[in-house]
Design a protein around this ligand. Structure first.
Ligand SMILES: Cc1cc2nc3c(=O)[nH]c(=O)nc-3n(C[C@H](O)[C@H](O)[C@H](O)COP(=O)(O)OP(=O)(O)OC[C@H]3O[C@@H](n4cnc5c(N)ncnc54)[C@H](O)[C@@H]3O)c2cc1C
Length: 597
């Protein structure tokens, strides 16, 4: 086993290889929680000879929330698959890969749709923003998590992970040589290191009092969610608009309103769908929308009754599960790492599902933790210093997300501010995606993990930044926008004035690519057409600041070269998806179901 690199393929199973390493009943790593964090981590470790035990209080398949992916999440999944040699993980990185290899129960995500509402009024088509996911990247997913998580569990098992289901962990004792994990059954498990991936109910956070009281986070929201049948596509009930590159129903739809937003994540939004469900949730700032004294069903009904187009979308729809209603969602950690233990990101803290960053944070954490653990196992040295970076990473991810969500909620109070803030979010998305695309492509070509360091120490995380960094102007813009939003929140600045300043900054900045309409408040659809991409490449070469120009060119071209590489994308499945639902001589084409063929 070498520093975070995959082990050479052996003919034996992971379990046999792990057993051959000896060590008796002591595992290298005990992971508490077999959600997406625990299963992906277990698969990556076990594939590289680590002896892993994965313990969960529940049994798969089980209902889990966190369904919408973003390009950054999918690229991190690709990177994990390559770096740790678990090719199955790559299937999760495209809609087509999931559909062909994992489950047909997921939905497609072609766009991020945001529609802005005023209470009591029909939704105005002028108040819509749309971010189209460029086809040169890939098509994102609406994961039906119970299928994804249980499939990932089987991948972890395939590589030798030992699994204990229906075994709640009640306590963990750490000593000089390792950790004893106590189970509710009275049994215990011994390991050299414990990863707590048990999410919100983190066992170690509870034991060590790791939650900050009160949380340091600015952001406030509570939630209410369920799965439904019979939710109509927004396109079918809303007033028509100018037309966007994909239907609202083909993406993750965000209904925005003062003090909150609502997600609509359909699983039945493509021609070969087999799952009639749609995930729906409302997020509200409790300072604006305190929890009413009624049932969650009643609260949901009262909410949709206020917005005519949302009410129309839910006419005839039916919730299929018990409602989940939470208190304030935000929690923050004092510490995420200690001697022989580490929390994964959802166990460490949480902000808000807005912009779907939960799983991307999880995958960044798993990526950084896996190679540190493999090195520690190899050297039999689990000193805290080896894992200290995890603390910086996780706290940085949370603080970044806190700022992003808190400012977005401020912008929900005024369409003009939202329309400006949307562009800041989009700019961040584009730059971060270029970074991860470039890192992935360079890694594929060189197999040198040094090219991934830059990603691990991403320049956009953390509060402090170096003034001489080539990215300093980008960070300066983010900081200024955050200050403007806070001034609006504190009623020191008018939202329209803040929006005007943000738009002016976007127009002035030499690092903002001019071809997507980021600086044009009238362009409500951000879509990179092929022509836009060509123009952007020329801009990157001739006009952009050198480092941003290089990032733009490499982020686009290096990854585009991989788009047709064998084994990288499910091109056959993309073609079948393209054909599905099309008509030939008046009849719908029949495309085979991958799970039956
Ligand atoms: C309302 C909401 C909406 C979200 N939407 C999105 C989204 O659209 N996109 C996105 O990327 N992210 C989203 N997220 C975040 C996403 O859910 C998380 O990032 C992701 O699920 C974290 O996975 P995990 O494996 O860390 O935790 P979980 O999926 O919560 O898994 C934790 C596991 O630990 C087990 N466990 C708990 N306690 C114990 C114990 N004592 N002993 C043994 N096992 C235990 C549980 O049974 C469970 O299997 C959302 C989060 C919330 C709260």
């Amino acid at each position: 086993m070498v520093s975070g690199q995959p082990a050479a393929r052996a003919g034996t199973t992971g379990a046999a290889r792990a057993a051959a390493r000896g060590g008796g009943d002591v595992h290298d790593v005990a992971i508490i929680g077999s959600g997406v964090a625990g299963t992906v981590l277990a698969a990556c470790l076990a594939r590289n000879y680590a002896r892993v035990v994965l313990i969960d209080a529940a049994t798969h398949p089980k209902f889990t929330i966190g369904e919408s992916t973003i390009p950054f999440t999918s690229m991190m999944l690709r990177l994990l698959a390559e770096r740790y040699d678990v090719p199955e993980i790559k299937h999760l990185s495209t809609f087509e890969g999931v559909h062909a290899n994992v489950t047909t129960q997921c939905g497609i995500k072609r766009n991020f749709g945001f529609v802005y509402h005023h209470e009591g009024e029909r939704q105005d088509p002028e108040l819509r923003t749309h971010f189209q996911i460029p086809k040169i990247l890939n098509t994102e997913n609406h994961y039906f998590r119970q299928d994804i998580d249980s499939w990932m569990l089987s991948v972890a098992v395939k590589y030798g992970t030992e699994v204990r289901q229906q075994q709640p962990v009640t306590d963990v004792d750490i000593d000089d040589d390792g950790a004893t994990v106590h189970l509710a059954s009275g049994a215990s498990v011994r390991a050299k290191f414990v990863v707590d991936a048990s999410g919100f109910r983190s066992v170690l956070a509870d034991k060590y009092g790791l939650r900050e009281q009160p949380t340091r986070f600015r952001h406030h929201s509570r939630s209410l969610f369920n799965h439904f049948t019979g939710v109509r596509p927004f396109d079918d009930v809303a007033r028509p608009d100018e037309g966007f590159p994909s239907r609202w129903g083909e993406g993750t739809l965000h209904h925005l309103f003062e003090g909150g937003w609502m997600w609509v994540i359909p699983f039945d939004n493509h021609p070969r769908a087999t799952n009639p469900l749609c995930s729906v949730g409302i997020l509200m700032d409790p300072r604006v929308h305190p929890e009413p004294d009624c049932s969650p069903e009643e609260e949901f009904q009262r909410f949709i009754d206020k917005y005519p187009d949302i009410a129309a979308q839910f006419e005839g729809a039916r919730p299929v599960r018990s409602w989940v209603r939470t208190g304030r969602l935000q929690y923050s950690p004092r510490q995420t790492v200690g001697y022989r233990w580490c929390l994964t990101s959802h166990a460490a803290g949480f902000i808000d599902p807005l912009f779907s960053r939960g799983m991307s944070n999880t995958m960044e954490t798993v990526h950084a933790l896996t190679h540190r653990l493999l090195d520690a196992i190899r050297d039999d040295d689990f000193s805290v210093e080896r894992f200290e970076f995890m603390q910086d990473l996780e706290q940085g991810l949370l603080d970044f997300n806190d700022d992003l969500c808190a400012n977005a909620y401020v912008s929900f109070g005024d369409w003009r501010l939202w329309n400006a803030w949307f562009r800041i979010w989009a700019l961040g998305q584009i730059i971060a995606t270029f970074e991860v695309n470039r890192a992935y492509a360079q890694y594929l070509d060189s197999r040198d993990t040094a090219v991934l360091d830059r990603l691990e120490h991403a320049w956009w995380r953390g509060k402090a930044f170096q003034e001489d960094s080539p990215y300093a102007p980008v960070l300066e813009l983010l900081r200024e926008v955050s200050e403007l939003c806070q001034a609006v929140q504190n009623k020191e600045l008018d939202a329209g004035a803040a929006a005007d300043t943000i738009m002016a900054r976007l127009r002035e900045a030499d690092f903002v690519p001019p071809h997507f309409g980021l600086a044009d408040p009238g362009r409500r659809c951000l879509d990179a057409t092929f022509l836009d991409v060509l123009r952007m490449l020329r801009w990157g070469k001739r006009k952009a600041p050198p480092e941003i120009g290089r990032l733009t060119r490499e982020g686009l071209t290096l990854f585009m070269k991989k788009r047709l590489a064998p084994g990288e994308f499910e091109l056959g499945e993309e073609f079948r998806q393209y054909l599905a639902g099309r008509r030939w001589l008046g009849r719908k084409l029949r495309v085979p179901d991958p799970m039956k063929s």
